[in-house]
Design a protein around this ligand. Sequence first.
Ligand code: SF4
Length: 319
Amino acid sequence: MEQIYTYGSYLKSKFGCKVYKVGINISGFTCPNIDGTVAKGGCTFCENDSFSASTNEIKDLKGFHLNLNSKENPFLEKQLKQLKTQFETITKMQMQKYGAEKFLVYFQSFTNTYAPFETLKALYDEALSFKNVVGLSIGTRSDSITDETLDYLAHLNKDKEIWIEFGIQSIYDETLQKINRGHDSQNVKEWILKSKAKGLNVCGHLIFGLPGETKEMMLETAKESYGWGIDSVKYHPLYVVKRTALGNDYIKGKFTPICEEDYIDVLVESVKLKPKNISVQRVTAGIDDDSLLGPKWCKDKNKQIKNINQTLKKFNLKY
Ligand code: SF4
């Protein structure tokens, strides 16, 4: 049985032990697809409020949001403190529970390059200064990163492990329009190629089950993304949560989510098409609370993984 090359095994072989991701949410960050710069309301599946718990941690910051043109950031000191507190809280738990030794700081909520360069530099530098941090993983959109930031990340990448995670979702512009993505596929390709040219590590997010997409389209998205030189991939099924535009469509019967059988089918095909050097960070996603509208199979992630492995087994593969 061939073990699929995972991101965890990549990090382990590089750093000699399991590396734990430390998810960070910084108050004051937003997304150009939410603040009206490129669109309002965000991607149709995005439940913006779900990010707000920790983004409301800094009280007097409520309503303050950074963007690429912000001239000043009066909350930087508080954001740096927030970063430190979150890091210490999470890593303490990871050390106690799992004996964790090394960490990768993951800037995960909203768009983590969508702020003035000085703010980003301060946050990235601070995160890298923490004990036993081997690098950063920065979740962002391809329309929200500047050459200056990319150059700085490339500079940091000389001594540390720097990853940028881009949402690709689909290579079809008509699909990106349907989900109110706010940028086209060419933009994603351009910034992935640029990041790779600077030697950065790139992870691409792909979503299967987007409105109007066929299996062939989903496989084309996977193939094309692999061809852009991504180093790692995250595969997601599109699930529907409450308080989203997609949720409204779902309730009105205008959107039918992908069924588990079709998802596993396209996922396994995509994995088989994947060059072996691209590591896999996730094969599915789920949400086990009452915000999930559908599909119900996305509730139980363990069961999903079991079912995925059952199908992979037919091809002598395991995750
Ligand atoms: S880019 Fe991310 S944060 Fe922004 S609206 Fe889309 S899913 Fe939400």
